[in-house]
Design a protein. Structure first.
Length: 351
């Protein structure tokens, strides 16, 4: 998985620290002129994923701790107004985990951890169910909350998308994608369609039946690692990999065609680039670049003209790197987390 889905290891050795659960005043200013960073909140040894509530009052951070020789993974709930951890839930004793996803009603959160799909009830902060799943990569929740779609890497055969029924809390179907390399997934058209990043390109799935079916592979995109949908439904974006590394693509969901929308450098400098999100109005696309460096930057693009907006880039976060990031529901707050010294911290940056 990439750093936003939580398996990249930091190149700096970080010591154990599991007791820093309170807000740590930082007073740092992040980004370009006009951006403001709030005080940081310590969330554990290594942050793996963030989800933000629809009202922006809660940030849910999946983080790995370091206790003796163990690396337990926890879900920590941060009150974004007071910048303090108000609850935590043990997910697993294994630090492998990915980016979480909230149910539409905000009552549950879904996490892939230790090769399981976990359902966490946020009213009680307890794990409601654990369902085994081999080699999971990413997940997405349907608009009505009835299904969770999980991408699964292949081994001897193709990768798949698995369908999880949230009522029975069981997997009910799977569709092979034709390539063993499977990564991110984005839902589109009110959840009637999904687009999945694979080594063969972005695969379009029809989700209207109980078991999804493959519509086609978007061409001419050769390979993809991540995909995200524009909220207004007119386009999607994908990051290229392999020969296409360093390129960002705009996908037209009406014709299932793609074109290069922007470049992020070149293969030598683009190994650590990740889609963050599209703004709620669809006007801006944000991409994390060099997340493993102190110079981590969130690049901004104008989606109407597919041009870079260097004056709107965000950087200078006061961290040793950025492991995970999410755009808040207001479209003007970026939540990011990464290491500094012996712990990882959650930071909210307004712009």
């Amino acid at each position: 998985m990439n750093s936003l889905t939580g398996t990249a290891r930091w190149t700096t050795a970080l010591a154990a620290s599991v007791t820093l659960l309170c807000a740590v005043p930082a007073g740092a200013t992040a980004g370009t002129t006009g951006t403001t960073g709030t005080a940081d909140t310590a969330v554990g040894w290594r942050a793996l994923g963030i989800a933000v509530s629809s009202d922006g009052n809660r940030a849910y951070v999946v983080a790995e701790d370091h206790v003796g020789t163990g690396y337990p993974t926890l879900l920590r709930t941060v009150d974004t107004r007071t910048r303090t951890v108000v609850a935590q839930t043990l997910l697993s004793q294994d630090g492998t985990a990915g980016r979480p996803a909230l149910s539409p009603d905000g009552n549950r959160i879904y996490v892939l951890a230790a090769e399981q799909l976990l359902v966490v009830g946020l009213a009680t902060n307890t794990v409601l169910s654990r369902t085994p799943v081999d080699r999971p990569r990413a997940l997405a929740v349907s608009a009505d909350g009835s299904r969770v779609f999980v991408t699964q890497q292949g081994t001897a055969g193709p990768g798949r998308v698995l369908v999880f029924d949230t009522f029975t809390r069981s997997f009910t179907g799977a569709v092979p994608l034709g390539d063993p390399d499977v990564d991110g997934i984005a839902l589109h058209n009110g959840g009637a369609d999904a687009y999945v990043a694979t080594g063969a390109g972005v695969v379009h799935l029809d989700l209207t039946s109980p078991v999804p079916t493959v519509t086609r592979t978007v061409q001419p995109l050769a390979a993809a690692t991540e995909v995200t949908a524009s909220p207004e439904g007119t386009r999607l974006y994908a990051l290229g990999s392999r020969a296409a590394q360093g390129s960002g693509y705009e996908l037209d969901p009406f014709t299932d065609t793609s074109r290069t929308a922007f470049t992020l450098g070149g293969p030598a400098t683009s190994a650590d680039t990740h889609l963050v999100a599209v703004s709620p109005d669809g006007g801006r696309l944000f991409v994390l670049k060099d997340g493993w460096k102190p110079s981590a930057t969130v690049l901004a693009y104008d989606t109407a003209t597919n041009t870079a907006l260097p004056a709107a880039d965000l950087t200078g976060f006061g961290l040793d790197g950025v492991g995970t990031a999410a755009l808040g529901p207001d479209g003007h707050t970026l939540y990011l987390a990464g290491p500094r010294g012996e712990s990882s911290y959650l930071k909210a940056v307004t712009f």
